[in-house]
Write a protein that binds this ligand. Structure first.
Ligand code: APR
Ligand code: PHB
Length: 388
């Protein structure tokens, strides 16, 4: 098979890049290891910046977003009984939308056939060849070996995918922090307990009250990343959440938990995000801890810049965008890495902290809640930094 761009991975990065390229008449094919059902069943985060919602509207893949997206004009930082609102719309004129990444992924896959976007699910043993050109990708499906010859490869295959690993190690620098804590996340059938998101710093550990709909709530608590899920029976989960969301004047509504899982946390950046004809985007190139809700939105920013660069090449044989892809996207990525690291370290309990470090975290929170300038700086990144 011959195409212009071979995309590896049908997560948000790969799917959005595919739709952007098809919208510009560029040929591409997406190779995905997992089945469609597996991809559509993956539970992930759900806060969308304006660049993400604008893109879904621009592509016309926004029916679900328009019907179920919840506009948020503020969020709350809570600390041992006090709650402080960060009025993001008042401070920045912008808002975010809560709409699950699972739903976004489903909408993007549903819209693919009518837009001529080919997705090969269950493509096994995907391997990249001759990435400094002319490149090709091989994979196996239903016992048959396939080759895809392309001008470029877009590695949108997440942190553990083959794309970044295909780049010679001495051609990249890797920057990483692994945090000593994890998140236990649940989906529960329950009414919304509070009209906005609450990020709670608590002596028992961090907790986040988010939502998916008026009847389905998404809630997270800080836990040991090595905990087995069996160690968290539902009654213990609710007990811990009630403790960490104990505020005067309201209580957390409980309900049947129908999904729960534990994730570890890291911050990671790969520099550069390209080698030869290979360009990596999203989690394949960078990871943020989920506290700042930046993972999906960073993937969107990458593919917006990459699709523009590919379009300029195919329309005008202008290579400048491709040559500067990494240089163009990394500064904004680092700012979002800092924001996610800051939110994470400010709001989580670290048993290894010295008393001085503990006071530093409290002082960071006090600074944000006590200064309009500090709150505005936080709100500006929360709603999303401009792309250019
Ligand atoms: N061959 C083909 N596909 C692969 C392979 C492989 N060897 N390895 C991984 N993949 C696929 C995965 O199955 C997944 O569907 O690549 C896709 C990568 O998607 P994501 O992990 O969702 O990454 P990305 O599209 O960059 O989106 C980033 O996803 O994980 C969240 O928090 C993260 O919100 C962020 C967003
Ligand atoms: C979520 O709704 O899953 C969510 C919300 C805010 C975050 C992270 C995750 O910061």
């Amino acid at each position: 098979m011959k195409t212009q761009v071979a995309i590896i991975g049908a997560g948000p990065a790969g799917l959005l890049l595919g739709h952007l390229l098809r919208a510009e008449g560029v040929d591409c094919v997406i190779l995905e290891r997992q089945s469609r059902a597996y991809i559509e069943g993956r539970i992930r985060a759900g806060v969308l910046e304006t660049i993400t919602t604008d893109l879904l509207h621009r592509l016309g893949i926004d029916a679900g977003l328009n019907a179920h997206g919840m506009m948020e004009e503020g969020f709350n930082l809570a600390d041992s009984g006090r709650m402080i609102r960060i009025p993001i719309t008042e401070l920045t004129g912008q808002h975010v939308v809560v709409y699950g990444q699972t739903e976004v992924t489903r909408d993007l896959i549903d819209a693919a056939p009518e837009r001529g976007l080919e997705i090969v699910f269950e493509a096994a043993d995907v391997a990249l060849h001759d990435i400094d050109g002319p490149p090709y990708v091989t994979y196996e499906k239903d016992g048959v070996q396939h080759q895809v010859y392309a001008d470029f490869i877009a590695g949108c295959d997440g942190f553990h995918g083959p794309s970044r690993q295909a780049i010679p190690h001495n051609a990249i620098q890797e920057h990483q922090i692994i945090y000593p804590w994890g998140w236990l996340g649940i989906l529960a059938e329950a009414p919304r307990s509070f009209h906005e998101l609450i990020y709670s710093r608590h002596d028992r550990g961090f907790a986040l009250l988010s939502t998916r709909s008026p009847t389905v709530q998404r809630i997270y608590v800080q836990c040991d990343p090595h905990d087995a899920i069996e160690a968290w029976p539902d009654h213990r989960i609710w007990q811990e959440m009630q403790a960490r969301f104990a505020f005067p004047g309201w209580t957390l509504s409980e309900g049947p938990i129908f999904q729960k899982g534990i994730v570890g946390m890291r911050s990671y950046v790969c520099d550069p995000m390209q080698y030869g004809r290979l360009f990596i985007a999203g989690d394949a190139a960078h990871i943020v801890p989920p506290t700042g809700a930046k993972g999906l939105n960073l993937a969107v920013a990458d593919v917006l810049v990459l699709s523009r660069a590919l379009d300029a090449w195919y329309k005008k044989k202008d290579r400048s965008g491709l040559d500067c892809y990494s240089a163009n996207v990394l500064p904004r990525i680092w700012k979002c890495e800092r924001f996610s690291w800051f939110m994470t370290t400010m709001l989580h309990q670290n048993p290894a902290d010295s008393s001085f470090e503990r006071h530093m975290r409290l002082a960071e929170l006090d600074t944000v809640v006590g200064s309009c300038a500090a709150a505005t700086a936080l709100a500006e990144i929360y709603v999303g930094l401009p792309l250019d």
